[in-house]
Design a protein around this ligand. Structure first.
Ligand code: MTE
Ligand code: MO
Length: 427
């Protein structure tokens, strides 16, 4: 026996001796991730498309994205709850899968420390793909979770990190699925799941010795059954679901969304719905949005400047629309009232089939103070420069005196404290 395999035997006499560890248990966790991770990937790509990435550099700050910058379609404005659904699923599922991911990693931990690390070229490539898989998974989950809790503490921006990380992770994930799927299917067939769910701790036996190295050669007495291990991971997911999903589902569930930093109900009344960034945090002063506020509308070589009273005298329309943030939280439909973007384009002679618009806020610092909207978003008659919500003027935190609101789009498109609209601006 070589030195390294002797060392391995010594290690395994002490570590990773749980008798429930084995290909079957690993495969059950793997099956859940096999379904969940593609859904995360697709909803993530949809979120990327929803940011109007072709309207760079305003909306998309991903440098040098080359081929990966492809995107297939212009984000539609129908159904109006589209982003509320796709991003609610992306964030909620990402959170709920954390215990399953951890359980899966726990179940394969002996494999992560195999010596020698590579026996052959094939084995080395396999190990490299595992490194990218585990590293990629941890990176994507950690950056995602940090972004919804703390936003923007990364060097650069969260957005390119999570975007490139996703491609690395998905490449490794696909490789892993191709290499391991047959083994997973075989392992799932080795045990009867229903019998497993009836097996208590005392009668829990290790899986038969295997060549994969997951089953310990030196099993300790069981302290948990397979049923218990599955229940523990499942209960972890369920608890996370209960404390987060309310931020997207809304209604009474919002009260159980204890983990949602921005998605909870701030007070009551017409302006009592979640706020992403308050006026104070965005350094909006009373002067910025007081009587001196003016709206500038530009396009086709013309420019019009309006006071609030003048904006109020334009035809007012209503839209019932939610706000759906990239962080996963969303609001129920709010009743907005204001001027149609098509009517504002009409002020500079672009009312017929208006082009896209570049929107700027009075906000001088921080993210989201400017955004580019596509023509289909401008042309939708539900897209407003809103002055009122639920029958009252906008509060300072919701973007007083005027903000954008439009159907189907990420919350970030709904610029608050609007100062200037430039139709047809190439940005
Ligand atoms: N000027 C400005 N507009 C902004 C933001 C901002 O930080 N500054 N945040 C955006 C984001 S990320 C979201 S989700 C919505 C939140 O709107 P609410 O605070 O009214 O719910 O506003 C958007 N508009
Ligand atoms: Mo947001």
């Amino acid at each position: 026996m070589s030195v390294s395999s002797r060392a391995q035997v010594i290690v395994r006499r002490v570590l990773w001796r749980s008798p429930v560890r084995g290909p079957w248990l690993t495969s059950v966790f793997g099956l859940v991730l096999l379904v969940g991770i593609p859904v995360l990937f697709v909803t993530g790509l949809l979120s990327y498309a929803a940011y109007n990435p072709d309207l760079a550099p305003v909306n998309d700050k991903t440098p040098d994205k080359g081929l990966l910058g492809f995107y297939l379609f212009a984000w539609p404005t129908d159904p109006y709850w589209l982003y509320r659904l796709t991003q609610g699923v992306h964030v909620t599922l990402g959170i709920v899968l954390v215990p399953i991911l951890l359980a899966k990693l726990w179940s394969v931990v002996p494999k992560l420390f195999v010596v020698p690390p590579a026996r052959s070229l094939g084995h080395a490539l396999d190990r490299l793909s595992l490194l990218l898989l585990v590293g990629g998974a941890l990176f994507e989950f950690v950056t995602g979770l940090l972004n919804i809790q703390l936003d923007y503490l990364f060097p650069g921006s969260f957005y390119p990190l999570h975007f490139y990380g996703a491609w690395v992770f998905v490449g490794a994930f696909l490789t892993h699925v191709i290499l391991r799927l047959p083994r997973m299917v075989r392992a799932l067939r080795t045990r009867d799941a229903r019998a497993e769910l009836r097996t208590a701790v005392a009668t829990t036996e290790p899986e038969p010795p295997d060549t994969t190295g997951l089953v310990t050669p030196f099993p300790a007495d069981p302290t948990i059954s397979r049923r218990g291990a599955l229940a523990l991971a499942g209960a972890g997911s369920l608890v996370l679901f209960v404390v987060t999903a309310g931020q997207s589902i809304g209604g009474p569930w919002r009260r159980t969304a204890l983990l949602a930093p921005h998605g909870r109900q701030p007070g009551s009344g017409p302006n009592g719905f979640p706020v992403n960034k308050t006026a104070a945090l965005a350094h909006i002063t009373a002067r910025d949005i007081g009587p001196d506020w003016r709206l500038v509308v530009r396009g086709a070589g013309r420019q019009v400047t309006l006071t609030l009273a003048e904006v109020e005298r334009l035809p007012q329309h209503r839209s019932a629309l939610p706000i759906a943030c990239v962080e996963g939280w969303s609001t129920e439909n709010q009743h907005w009232e204001g001027v149609r973007l098509t009517d504002l384009a009409g002020l500079v002679g672009l009312g017929h089939e208006p082009p896209g618009v570049f929107v700027e806020s009075v906000q001088l610092h921080g993210s989201f103070r400017a955004v580019a909207l596509r023509d289909n978003q401008v042309r939708d008659l539900r897209s407003l420069l809103a002055l009122r919500v639920n029958g009252a003027p906008l509060s300072a935190d919701h973007g007083s005196p005027a903000r954008i609101i439009m159907p189907g789009a990420p919350g970030v498109m709904n610029t608050k404290w609007v100062r200037r609209l430039s139709f047809g601006a190439t940005v």
